[in-house]
Design a protein around this ligand. Sequence first.
Ligand code: NAP
Length: 306
Amino acid sequence: MPLILDGNRVRDDIQSELKPRVEALAALGAPPGLAVVLVGNNPASEIYVRNKIKACHNLGIYSESITPPGSISTEELIAIVGGLNARPDIDGILVQLPLPPQVDSKRILLGVAPAKDVDGFHPCNMGNLVAGLPGPRACTPAGILELLKRYRIPIAGKRAVVVGRSDIVGKPVAMLLLHEHATVTICHSKTADLSAVCREADILVAAMGRPAMITGEYIRPGATVIDVGTNRLDKREDVARIFRNSVEKLASYDKRGSVLVGDVHPLDVVEKSSAYTPVPGGVGPLTIAMLMANTVASAERRAGIC
Ligand code: NAP
């Protein structure tokens, strides 16, 4: 049986390590502070933000959510971000995406002070990542590296294939793997013979948003497979097909009306890989843990203790 890379366990370890650092900052009178800006009423975003605020609360990080209406203009949102940039009690600013169509998302992300950009999305921090300079790293990619390192999966000298080239997952995770001395290939929707390229991977990272697309024929036997995808199946026939009529999954669908699946086929990965991240419970929990880590590191820089 392959090793299951347990994101919940690693998240708990990361959070236990952060706790004394938060306490030390609080003892100096400079507790870390995170501001989350949530525009409008997107139910999925509301859940993400609630989980981030809850994680702050559990760790003793001060948090604040700012909830402007969905009709807000770019200028008004830039003014809110500017106000947070200027506040000494706020170490991290997170603008929850997606933003409404009338708001220029790129201008908003550029408006966040790079030192407070705990999402690691600002071009300055993307540049720091490419150059190997210190600065907040995008949370999901940073979480994937934590997972690989804590499970002692060798990276140096290995072939890594990343499927997906988004700014928030594919590109930064490829760069982090490169810095760890993997030989990295980045794939996307125009990659020719994708399954053959994926089969070269010792470490395969799937981040496309395509339910269970990475089937057994994409996986080299013994590879480590990291599944970033989070897809909700809301048709019973899809659940039956992908999970091959699993009684447990169909019962879960019947109860909840949907079932989560990653970008990797959940049964094939068990047959082919030597280690893999399950969905849920793999990469997902690490994203918030790394957001907390970035916020604490930002507060430590402000307090001059790192
Ligand atoms: P995205 O911005 O939509 O990017 C998807 C990437 O996948 C694009 O580069 C696209 O190629 C590529 N792609 C799409 N279909 C493909 C195909 N058939 N073959 C090869 N490549 C294909 O997505 P994202 O924001 O990176 O997110 C990816 C997945 O990760 C989603 O399921 C998302 O929900 C999940 N996610 C999870 C977490 C977490 O915390 N667990 C965090 C972030 C994202 P092109 O560039 O050519 O279009």
